[in-house]
Design a protein around this ligand. Structure first.
Ligand code: UGA
Length: 447
């Protein structure tokens, strides 16, 4: 059977991994993005962000001609292909709801292209959008601009993405499940068949459902994961008040219950990134609009707001209350390991509070320093290595769980710091070994 030609509008993490994934399996893919620099990088085979495993696959896809990226040419991308994935951003507005400007403008351009096309074409929304968006916003725009009826002239699906930054490409190639929200059966069958061709024998469990259920599945997944994290962070806070208690042991034991599972029970300084904070806020706002107050998620969010500041409290406890003129070393700036992304990174409120309290801050991260410079400019110092960051520091806060920080031993801290005080914000160090050699505090560790 002839392989469908795919277009992908918006090449962030989701769009680019989708595009490269399909290209790597022999599909012809045309991407389009409004940012010219991004498109240029992609056409040179260079991902515009740090993502393990992506570079070589992208290089190959560009070299073989399976993938090319246009600059802001949605119409052309649609006209030259059979199915279009929409993966543009849906950023937060100040009231927590999502901004649909990109989705609306792309839907408009796709509609215009559909008007010029005779062949059946399926539009697939991959962007995270609140329940009702595909049906009530996207469909009317497509129908108006194309002058065609959805389900007759073109198909429409909502297909949420569950990839994680840091393992985005791997997650695209080996998904846990495929969720297909469909406007009508024909649209759903077309998309399911595409995925059957893509995954072959390893086709993941597939859920075919309504558009709004698919939209809600995405928010329910991310909100439940965020809830697990805030829950374990509350248990961590409780452990700190119980001599001898350790949240890590609690989490390991609780996670052995098959009904709960071990993942996303790592206590720390809270969740960041471009998804959890935004999606929790959006589900709260969407529920409110529907006349329902989602109190549990409001609490999940407020726990996450205060959790990073626990690191600053530890600093004060260990340094004798005042941070004035104290030098604090920060290990890790990215919102999690294996990415250079700092969106909603928990390090941001930590550094802001340290600066407010009069401390001087030196930070190191293997990939995120260029991003950090756009946020903090010269308000903090940037070190070229973990050891350089520790030099003459009064206190160190471990914020991101990069593998290279896991290699550090107590002597790295005792030899280089002015005062060997370490706060493990992600529980990567063995408390027994470290507390013997330095003043050591960790999230969720009872004194
Ligand atoms: C998250 C979801 O995990 C993906 O399934 C989803 O597709 C994605 O959002 C999205 O909506 O696009 P991501 O934001 O890349 O993926 O990162 P996660 O690995 O989920 O981590 C999010 C935050 O939670 C990080 O700051 C991480 O440090 C924190 N976290 C995670 C914890 O504090 N404890 C944990 O046990 C796990």
């Amino acid at each position: 059977m002839k392989k469908a030609k795919i277009s992908v509008i918006g090449v962030g993490y989701v769009g680019l991994c989708t595009a490269v994934g399909f290209a790597s399996k022999g599909y012809m893919v045309i991407a389009s993005d409004s940012v010219a620099e991004k498109a240029a990088k992609i056409n040179q085979g260079v991902p515009p962000f740090h993502e393990p495993g992506l570079q070589s696959m992208l290089e190959e896809a560009v070299k073989t001609g399976q993938l090319k990226c246009l600059i802001n040419q949605t119409e052309k991308a649609v006209l030259d292909t059979d199915l279009t994935f929409v993966a543009v951003g849906t950023p937060s507005k100040s009231d927590g709801s999502i901004n649909l400007d990109f989705i609306e403008s792309v839907a408009h351009d796709i509609g215009l292209a559909l008007n010029k096309k005779d062949a059946y074409h399926v539009v697939v929304i991959k962007s995270t959008v609140v329940p009702g968006t595909t049906q009530d916003i996207v469909k009317p725009i497509l129908e108006k601009e194309s002058k065609k009826k959805c389900g007759v002239g073109f198909g429409l699906c909502m297909n949420p993405e569950f990839l994680r930054q840091g393992s985005a490409f791997e997650d695209t190639m080996r998904a846990d499940r495929v969720v297909i929200g469909e406007y009508d059966k024909k649209s759903g069958v077309t998309l399911e068949n595409l995925y059957k061709g893509f995954y072959g024998k390893s086709m993941p469990p597939t859920i075919r459902t309504s558009l709004s259920t698919a939209e809600l599945i995405k928010y329910a997944s991310n909100s439940l994961l965020a809830t697990k994290i805030s829950f374990i962070n509350n248990i961590a806070n409780l452990c700190e008040k119980l001599p001898g208690a350790d949240v890590k042991v609690v989490a390991d034991a609780v996670g052995l219950d098959k009904r709960i599972g071990p993942l996303f029970l790592n206590a720390g300084l809270g969740y960041g990134g471009s998804c959890f904070p935004k999606d929790v806020k959006a589900l709260i706002a969407c529920s409110k609009n529907l006349g329902y107050r989602f109190k549990l998620l409001e609490e999940v969010e407020s726990v996450n707001e205060v959790q990073p500041l626990r690191a600053v409290e530890f600093c004060k406890e260990l340094l004798g209350n005042s941070l004035k003129d104290k030098r604090v070393a920060i290990l890790g700036l990215a919102f999690k390991a294996d990415t250079d992304d700092m969106r909603e990174a928990r390090v941001i409120p930590i550094i802001n509070q340290l600066l407010k309290d009069g401390a001087s801050v030196t930070a190191y991260d293997p990939f995120a320093i260029p991003t950090a410079k756009t946020i903090f400019q010269n308000k903090i110092q940037y070190a070229s290595s973990a050891i350089a960051c520790l030099k003459n520091a009064d206190c160190c806060i471990l914020v991101t769980e990069w593998d290279e920080f896991k290699q550090l031993v107590p002597e790295d801290f005792t030899r280089n710091m002015k005062q060997p005080i370490l706060i493990d914000g992600r529980r990567i160090y063995n408390p027994e070994t470290f507390s013997k050699k330095l003043k050591f505090a960790a999230i969720g560790l009872g004194k």
